[in-house]
Design a protein around this ligand. Structure first.
Ligand SMILES: Cc1ncc(COP(=O)(O)O)c(C=O)c1O
Length: 441
């Protein structure tokens, strides 16, 4: 509503009307999907294409081996059969191999479980990890983070707490974590690495702190590797060779990894991800689980309690699709990093376009290095809160989400996702940013 009478790149009357009709009290506080819906409507009404940076949809074709394997599985008739809840044997074995080759971890295929995206993985993890001890209450999120995971915890009726990591990097993390863990109320810790939205990457020192404290306070670490191998400053993509993707699993046995196929393999549409439960955690008995499940076993409750209740398994053909991809990746025939490197290249150019037109990068440093170029970056503009900036940018044909909804303390910030922005749109992005800067300087 800020620009309604001005001559902005997108018809301001239309934007104003549709913003009002959206019924959202504050657009900038809308969820990712609410912003997607609003921008779709503005695009349809005005015929103008936005520079869309609100949602992390892969902007690349899917890994071909997955498509081929899925078609073959469908032809063989898997569609008529219920898949096993714990996943098809071949996939479990390939996940276990993947984890050995790219994380250098030994995990029994039993604990390598497909989920309907990492979204379902986190839901199932909360359902079990937050119920294994009746004196504990819920999840500690190391923020900023992926907003819908807090939504999951809320709909489950669990408690959560969170803090923004930026001021607690390195050694400072220990005291900060302790301040929560000492309450004795934390059942699980969740963070993503690389971090959505700030793109900071945890160091081994930090992962060690998290791991050691998780063991000491008997907390389950849910490590969300949605952007597996996408810290492009290093190459984690060569099977069986160092460097490996950093992980808390090197420092605790209380880990549960969520490895998404959505971004690394551009396989978001098939909703198939991997949950990897440490052997010791998988076989551990928690008597308090019996309040909700037939068994006190952690792994058993994940599969035959949580995943059974959620969907009774994962789309059969998608499991074969993921198996097909993993076979190629594990054998070294398909290097997923070569494909997704494109995101880093886009980020590099886009950040320059923003900073060249009066914007600043919000999470600009990763310890003592400038933040890497990856799937997301964060920005701000002087005089605007992130929430207001989201709304104002709509008049300029640019969509993003505010950091406010990610648990960030940087209320001036906005998250930009580079994946849907094609190189052919850079000129138009530059033009729109220039006009924005002229109008507000
Ligand atoms: C940090 C994080 N976790 C989980 C997910 C969801 O992944 P999936 O598509 O595998 O459900 C995303 C997707 O954007 C994400 O950014």
């Amino acid at each position: 509503m800020l620009k309604a009478n001005k001559n902005t790149p997108i018809d301001s009357q239309v934007v104003q009307r549709l913003v009002m009709e959206s019924g959202l009290p504050e657009i900038g506080k809308g969820t990712i999907r609410e912003i997607v819906r609003l921008v779709n409507r503005i695009e349809e009404t005005t015929g103008e294409k936005f520079v869309r940076m609100e949602m992390g949809v892969p902007g690349l074709p899917p890994a071909q081996a997955g498509v081929e394997a899925e078609i073959e599985a469908l032809r063989k008739g898997v569609a008529s059969k219920y898949p096993m809840i714990e996943g098809v044997k071949e996939l479990k074995e390939e996940i276990s191999r993947f984890v050995k080759l790219f994380l250098n971890l030994d995990v029994n295929p039993e604990g390598c479980i497909p989920t309907v995206g990492s979204m379902m993985g986190s839901m199932a993890a909360f359902l079990v990890a937050n119920r294994n001890n009746k004196s504990k209450e819920g999840t500690l999120f190391i923020d900023p983070g992926f907003p819908v995971q807090k939504q999951q915890v809320k709909v489950l009726g669990h408690e959560y707490c969170s803090f923004d990591i930026y001021k607690y990097r390195g050694n400072k993390l220990r005291a900060k974590l302790l301040s929560y863990l000492k309450t004795g109320k934390v059942s699980s810790i969740l963070y993503s690495n690389p971090n959505n939205p700030s793109w900071i990457c945890f160091t081994d020192e930090e992962l060690k702190i998290i791991g050691e404290l998780a063991t000491e306070y008997d907390v389950v670490v849910i490590e969300d590797l949605a952007y597996f191998g996408m810290d492009f400053r290093k190459d984690f993509s060569r099977p069986g060779k160092t460097p490996y993707q950093p992980t808390v699993a090197n420092y605790t046995d209380n880990y549960l990894l969520l490895i998404s196929s959505s971004k690394a393999f551009s396989y978001a549409g098939q909703r198939v991800g991997m949950m990897v439960v440490a052997d010791k955690l998988f076989s551990r008995k928690y008597p308090d689980l019996k309040r909700f499940y037939t068994s006190d076993g952690f792994g058993y409750s994940i599969i035959y309690g949580a995943l059974y209740a959620l969907s009774a398994g994962v789309c059969h053909s998608a499991q074969y699709g993921l198996t097909g991809i993993l076979k190629e990746v594990n054998e070294g025939r398909y290097n997923y990093r070569d494909d997704v490197l494109e995101y880093g290249e886009r980020a590099k150019v886009m950040k320059k376009l923003f900073t060249g037109n009066g914007f600043s990068i919000v999470y600009d440093m990763d310890m003592d290095e400038p933040i890497a170029d990856g799937f997301y970056f964060t920005f701000s503009y002087p005089g605007f809160s992130g929430v207001d900036l989201i709304e104002e940018l709509l008049y300029y044909g640019i969509s993003a989400i505010s950091l406010d909804i990610t648990g960030s303390e940087r209320h001036e910030g906005v998250r930009a996702c580079v994946s849907q922005v094609q190189k052919s749109q850079f000129k138009i992005l530059e033009h729109r940013l220039k006009v924005f800067n002229q109008d507000h300087a």
